[in-house]
Write a protein that binds this ligand. Structure first.
Ligand code: ZN
Length: 601
């Protein structure tokens, strides 16, 4: 099986792809394009971007008939079948493909047709330079195996099978390469886009994170090299894991300034993203739910286990930063407190369990609307709190002899390394055995039920104090101590909504269940105009509200569409949903020892 791909027309954002099938199905070859990309659980119908497709054999045109939205059937032919098509690539994300005069980027799921019946055959891929001279000195970055091409060069690459072919994103353009080694394997950070940053610091920190994860699992899965493809833009955030690489989309302001020593919140977030995707090299790329073995890329694949594959990974992403000494314990606790605050601010956690959130990821988590905070819970954030609770619970039950680290190593040995899918509920059984106690009730309450894990008690066992209070301001994300007294916070009048500034206007983005806004008839999308006759702006809303007391009624003028409405709103006290975590000043020797073991210090 052979593919050829050319960034054919950067100005029109078109890749030209040729698929050569030596022994096509004599009854008529069927081909299709995946509807989703592994790691991002939403049908994206990549075939919609194929703008022209034609087939030929021995110089004769072969008729092609569309079977469904993503599938084509070619007329029977005896000789080699060639299918040529153009793919429109203008998606600024790590999930599909993007092409202009500055670079080319693609995932195999967006450009390589699945040739039915040939999925287990080996593939060669010729990556050719664009015909245009604007891109004369572009290079190629991909973890696809070399098959004649030189490292960073155009030419021929290869893949073991279709699954391998579509699991190595490709970046083509001008980029910088920062190299290091981890687990005995060469690693490269490929930085594309405009930036000015302390690259020596980035490579040093990312290496420490990689070393920490390799050390925990014992070894890196077999691979020739590992690539971080980092695409740097003005405003962007996202990552997608692959078997021996990851694609990251980051904002240039997230990278550390030259000469800067502190860990800014945004740099911590960048390192957390690198840590997250690298941890996936084991957890989800090799330790996989049974439902993903093999991936069925034409329809949704349902599993209740994403709390383990995304939640546990989210738990270890920030934990990896403190264990690798990229951040100190206090900074880690700040990140953990922010995550906890995000979970507590969603009332959807009283409607949807984390197991349900995983199962319905396709239609709910990945398709969030304005009502999401009231209706759904995140298997990432609440999943990471369940992972934390499980880790601390296992440590407590076994006097520190066992931990979630041991569970992950066991999963790697029993499922990841031999490439066996993890059956539903199996991780829960393994955790019970490891802890030496039946954890069925733990999972019934926090994973299959609507309860919050008992973090205050569990964190106390590792010498961490848990405080919960109302937010000090609309910008308060938790994690940071406030100078305001608790009594002051509890009586701050609250509207129970979130807004954003839209062309200078205050547009309501979410109204929270049982809050003042929803009870008075304010809806998401409304534009707030005035409070008791005074014009509302993002600059004065907090100040205006602070003149009122909880329980007082205010008149709010708003536009819904082009209609003016006025509603009477009774101000409420803000919910206690903001968490701070602090290291205990005088922990017992037991608490201190457990904390050091947990944080790897
Ligand atoms: Zn993830």
């Amino acid at each position: 099986m052979h593919y050829q791909i050319i960034p054919h027309d950067p100005f029109a954002h078109l890749f030209r792809v040729k698929c050569v099938i030596d022994n096509p199905n004599p009854d008529g070859q069927i081909v299709s394009l995946p509807s989703w990309i592994p790691g991002s659980y939403m049908l994206r119908e990549f075939a919609k971007n194929i703008v022209s497709l034609r087939a030929s054999s021995a110089g004769q045109e072969v008729a092609v008939e569309k079977q469904d939205k993503s599938t084509w059937q070619c007329a029977p032919c005896q000789a080699t079948l060639e299918i040529e098509y153009d793919v429109y690539a203008w998606d600024l994300s790590v999930r599909s493909a993007h092409l202009d005069q500055t670079h080319a980027y693609f995932n195999g799921t967006s450009v390589f047709l699945q040739v039915h019946g040939k999925e287990s055959e080996s593939y060669t891929v010729e990556i050719l330079p664009p015909p245009d001279s604007v891109a004369a000195d572009w290079s190629v970055a991909t973890s696809l195996s070399l098959d004649g091409a030189e490292l960073w060069g155009f030419g021929q690459y290869k893949a073991d099978d279709y699954d391998d072919l579509i699991d190595h994103p490709v970046e083509i353009g001008h980029f910088d390469v920062l190299s290091f080694e981890a687990g005995g394997v060469p690693h490269d950070l490929v930085l594309s886009g405009h930036y000015r940053a302390d690259t020596a610091r980035i490579v040093q920190d990312v290496k420490k994170i990689c070393d920490t994860h390799v050390e925990m699992f014992g070894k890196l899965p077999p691979m020739a090299r590992y690539l971080f493809l980092v695409w740097i833009v003005g405003d962007g955030y996202g990552g997608l894991e692959h078997r021996s690489s990851t694609s990251l989309l980051v904002s240039r302001a997230d990278l550390p300034k030259p000469g800067e020593a502190e860990v800014s919140d945004s740099y911590r977030q960048f390192l957390g993203l690198c840590s997250h995707e690298y941890f996936h090299t084991w957890n989800v790329k090799r330790i996989k739910p049974e439902a993903f073995m093999p991936y069925r890329l034409n329809a949704e694949s349902y599993t209740q286990q994403l709390w383990a594959f995304e939640g546990i990974t989210s738990y270890y992403d920030d934990l990896g930063l403190v264990r690798s000494a990229c951040v100190d314990a206090a900074t880690y606790l700040k990140a953990l407190a922010e995550t906890t605050t995000r979970v507590l601010r969603g009332r959807g956690r009283f409607k949807q369990t984390v197991a349900e959130s995983s199962f319905d990821a396709w239609t709910k988590f990945y398709r969030q609307d304005e009502n999401a905070p009231n209706a759904i819970v995140s298997y990432y954030t609440k999943g990471s709190l369940i992972a934390l609770a499980l880790d601390l619970h296992i440590r407590e039950q076994t006097n520190g002899e066992q931990s979630l680290d041991d569970l992950m190593r066991q999963l790697w040995r029993e499922y990841g390394e031999p490439a066996i899918g993890v059956p539903e509920k199996r991780i829960e059984q393994m955790a019970s055995v490891l802890a030496g106690v039946d954890l069925t009730n733990f999972f019934i309450r926090y994973l299959y039920g609507l309860e919050d894990p008992p973090l205050e008690d569990l964190l106390s066992s590792v010498g961490v104090e848990y405080f919960i209070r109302p937010a000090a301001s609309v910008d308060d994300k938790g994690g940071t101590p406030t100078e305001k007294a608790l009594e002051t916070l509890a009586v701050r009048p609250d509207l129970g909504l979130r807004h954003k500034v839209d062309n200078g206007a205050l547009r309501v983005s979410h109204v929270f269940e049982e809050g003042a806004a929803i009870q008075s008839g304010i809806a998401a999308g409304d534009i707030l105009i005035a409070l008791d006759g005074v014009k509302l702006t993002s600059a004065n809303i907090t100040e205006l509200l602070s003149r009122y007391a909880v329980g007082e009624q205010v008149n709010i003028h708003l536009f819904r569409g082009d209609l003016l409405l006025v509603v009477e709103t009774v101000l409420q006290s803000p919910p206690a949903d903001t968490v701070e975590l602090r290291l205990m000043e005088s922990p017992s020797p037991d608490q201190l020892a457990r904390r050091q073991a947990w944080l790897g210090q």
